[in-house]
Structures are given as structure tokens and as C-alpha cells.
Ligand binder design. Structure first.
Ligand code: ADP
Ligand code: ASP
Ligand code: MG
Length: 404
């Protein structure tokens, strides 16, 4: 394998939700091994319900002192993993026992933390970040073990040992590229020294560490972003996102019958589509790929021969080459539109500045802005959950104008 470049292959929760679907992922990876050094990035087991949801629910159940719900969730998590592990490794009873013990031990730790949550009756952010990340730790260890049992040289890699996130300065989450590069180089060198050869990896999606050393996550659906971060750090030839649909569609195929796969999408179009609701790819995924000009492919785990979608930089900066002008439609649910208008706004300078600084003060995200050319009104969209905070902040900021 020496000299081979990396290719990143990310398998989402739907692709690793059951033993059967995990076998499909492994079949796919088997065909890829001769061409590249593989970095598999995996989500927590999906399905109904998703492991990440169960973990988060267990924290919320503890905060509301619902011990029965908490315990049922922890039992269901152990069951889901035990069933899959036994199914995947029928001839390896010792390995089955080792893996189940790992999940059990982690659940014991989680149980201790949840007891504290119950006493506090509060689900703190740090605890949610730590606990929600266990699903990826389990799925990645299970996959690495199954690959090894099939004679494939794959090693488990915990992304919390590599990805460093800066959160200070109120700018949201930023990858510290220099630190993360340092850690991945260190990990690659150490594994090669220890094993005596260049191995493939199964890497946890979703999870990371802050630059202060605290466990964090890349937020919901963040494993796509993990894949492109590793694509950049590993200087990969390509990043492939394996999911349950055959590419980026012209609209959400679960909602729009007749939606069609778009085979070529530019980086810019993919950012727009994902930012405005095309869940098939997390909005942050494209940025690291652009930084190193790495193409992203979206493919279907359950129909691997389907062509899928290529997301790339077209030669002429603009849109990808395709027959149809419109790339696609996406929708965002649970959005609130707020409209601020009044004659007192016409020709008065600084209104927009005051408005958006009021929103900034209470950390309300703004999805888009429209201002009437008469300056008579400004309309913006935010998440429904932030609407009340936005209204109150604006009313406080414009108290004087509103009371006239
Ligand atoms: P994974 O578990 O693989 O990360 P997700 O559920 O996060 O999968 O994303 C895949 C889903 O995204 C699809 O099942 C589909 O319903 C949804 N989706 C929304 N918009 C689009 C779109 N424009 N094209 C393809 N899929 C879309
Ligand atoms: N498991 C995480 C979630 O459910 C991350 C992901 O699947 O992308 O949000
Ligand atoms: Mg996803």
C-alpha cells in the first residue's frame, strides 16, 4: 500500500443502521481497497430511533428525573449494538464479548454522568456533547473489528485525537487546521511505526475536541463535515459520502415524487442547496474540499452501481455543466419571518446596524435578509425556535421608537 494516496469514504447512519447494511458498506469498501488507502468515516448506527437521538434523549430524560425512560434507553442502546455485533461476528465469540463489553463499560460511565444530570435537573452543554458522541465511538470500533476479522488491515481511529475546534471569539466553531494537521501526522507516523505498515482506518464521524481539550461534536449531521475535514488533512484524492439515496436530487426525493439526480453540481451550488435544507450533505462539508480542490461524490450504499453526484469546481468558476439551467430546489422547515417596518425608518441611518446588533447580542442566527428599496421595511428569517428571543431583543433595542 506504500505510496497510495488516501480516499475518504463516509458512511452515514442509514448505511450503518443494521448488521445487513454494515455488510453492504464492507462489500463496497472491499472493492476500493486495491485502488487507495481508505479512510472510512462512520456515523453512529441509524434507524428508528438513531443511536445519537437515544443518547441525547437519555440526557434529557435524566434532567427531567425520568429514571425509567433513561434506563430503557440505555438498555435499548446496548441491545441494538449487541444484536448487530453478534450478527456480524458469528465465528468470533471472544471478539463479540470484547466489543459488547466496551459498549457496556461506556454505558456504565454514561449512567454515572446521568445520575449527576438527574441531581442537577439540568442537561448541560458539555454533557450533551460528550454523551452524544458515543454512538460514533461504538460503530467505528465495531466496523474496524469486523474488517479485521475478514483479514483487512483497518484500524480504529478516534477523531477526538485529531480534530481540534476553536470556539472562542463568538465566531461559532472553527477547525484549528494547524493543530489538527499536527495530530493527524503524529497519529499516522505512530501507527506506521507500531504496525510496521501503512494501514487503512475506520474513523469516528461527528466528534472532535476543543483546543482546550474538551470533548465536543460538529453538531447534528456533522459526520459529512468530519469526512471533508479528514479529506483535507489526509490530502485525499476524493471524498465519497455514502448514503441512502443515489446522489443530490433536484428536490428531497422523500417529499417530491419525480425528483431527479443531478449528476454534476458545483461547490457553490452544493453550498446553497445544503444551506437551504438539502439534508443529503451538511452545509459545512464543502469548505474543506474547496480548500484543497477535492471532488465530493454522493453515492447510494444500497445501489452502489448508480452514478451518483459529483460536486466539484467547474473550470469556469460558475455553475456545473448540465443540460438544465435550474440545479435544484430545497426547503427549510420551522423558519420564522420577522418584518420590521415603519415610516420612522425611511432615510434614517443606522437602523440595520442596530437591528442586527440586537440579534447578535442574543445569538439569533439570520438565514436571509431583504430590505425594501424605500428603506420602509427590513425582513429577515431565523429559526422558529429563535423567533421570540429575536422579537424581544428588537423591542428592547427600538423601545424609544416603538413607544412614540
Ligand atoms: P445519512 O444518514 O447517510 O447521513 P441523511 O438522512 O443525513 O443520511 O441524508 C440523506 C437524506 O437527505 C435522504 O434520505 C433524503 O431524504 C434527504 N434529502 C433532502 N434533500 C435532498 C436532495 N436534494 N437530494 C438528495 N437527498 C435529499
Ligand atoms: N450521528 C450524528 C447525528 O445523528 C452525526 C451524523 O450522523 O452525521 O447527528
Ligand atoms: Mg447525514
Amino acid at each position: 500500500m506504500s505510496g497510495k494516496s488516501f480516499a475518504v469514504h463516509k458512511f452515514g447512519g442509514t448505511s450503518v443502521g443494521t448488521a445487513d447494511s454494515i455488510r453492504k458498506c464492507i462489500e463496497i469498501v472491499k472493492t476500493l481497497v486495491p485502488n487507495n488507502r481508505i479512510a472510512m468515516v462512520v456515523s453512529a448506527m441509524g434507524g428508528q430511533p438513531k443511536v445519537t437521538d437515544m443518547l441525547l434523549d437519555s440526557v434529557h430524560a435524566s434532567a427531567s428525573v425520568n429514571e425509567e425512560k433513561r434506563d430503557n434507553l440505555l438498555v435499548a442502546i446496548l441491545d441494538k449494538h449487541s444484536v448487530a455485533i453478534k450478527d456480524l461476528l458469528p465465528d468470533h465469540p471472544i471478539e463479540v464479548e470484547r466489543l459488547i463489553r466496551i459498549v457496556q463499560k461506556d454505558l456504565e460511565d454514561i449512567h454515572v454522568i446521568l445520575k449527576a444530570v438527574q441531581l442537577l435537573q439540568n442537561a448541560g452543554e458539555l454533557i450533551l456533547e460528550l454523551i452524544s458522541g458515543y454512538g460514533e465511538l461504538w460503530s467505528a470500533q465495531v466496523l474496524a473489528s469486523v474488517m479485521q476479522s475478514m483479514g483487512m488491515p483497518f484500524e480504529f481511529l478516534n477523531a477526538r485525537d485529531v480534530i481540534r475546534i476553536r470556539t472562542e471569539g463568538g465566531t461559532g466553531q472553527m477547525v484549528d487546521w494547524e493543530m489538527s494537521q499536527h495530530y493527524i501526522d503524529e497519529v499516522l507516523a505512530a501507527r506506521e511505526k507500531e504496525l510496521g505498515y501503512k494501514t487503512h482506518f475506520v474513523i469516528t464521524g461527528f466528534i472532535a475536541t476543543t483546543t482546550d481539550g474538551v470533548a465536543t461534536t460538529l453538531k447534528r449531521d456533522g459526520s459529512d463535515y468530519s469526512a471533508s475535514i479528514f479529506g483535507y488533512l489526509l490530502k485525499a484524492d476524493a471524498i465519497t459520502i455514502w448514503t441512502d439515496v443515489s446522489g443530490v436530487y433536484s428536490a428531497d426525493p422523500r417529499r417530491v415524487r419525480g425528483a431527479q439526480v443531478i449528476t454534476q453540481v458545483s461547490y457553490n451550488e452544493a453550498i446553497e442547496l445544503s444551506y437551504f435544507g438539502a439534508k443529503v450533505i451538511h452545509p459545512k462539508t464543502v469548505t474543506p474540499a474547496i480548500m484543497a480542490n477535492i471532488p465530493i461524490y454522493i453515492k447510494n450504499t444500497f445501489e452502489p452501481s448508480a452514478a451518483g453526484t459529483r460536486i466539484y469546481q467547474p473550470p469556469s468558476q460558475g455553475e456545473a455543466v448540465r443540460e438544465k439551467t435550474v440545479c435544484g430546489f430545497s426547503t427549510v422547515d420551522n423558519v420564522a419571518l420577522l418584518n420590521i417596518d415603519g415610516n420612522g425608518m425611511v432615510g434614517v441611518s443606522g437602523i440595520a446596524l442596530r437591528l442586527f446588533s440586537a440579534l447578535e447580542d442574543v445569538s439569533v442566527p439570520v438565514l436571509f435578509i431583504a430590505q425594501a428599496s424605500s428603506e420602509h421595511s427590513i425582513c429577515f428569517a431565523t429559526r422558529e425556535s429563535h423567533a421570540l428571543a429575536a422579537k424581544e431583543a428588537i423591542e428592547a433595542k427600538f423601545y424609544w421608537e416603538l413607544s412614540k
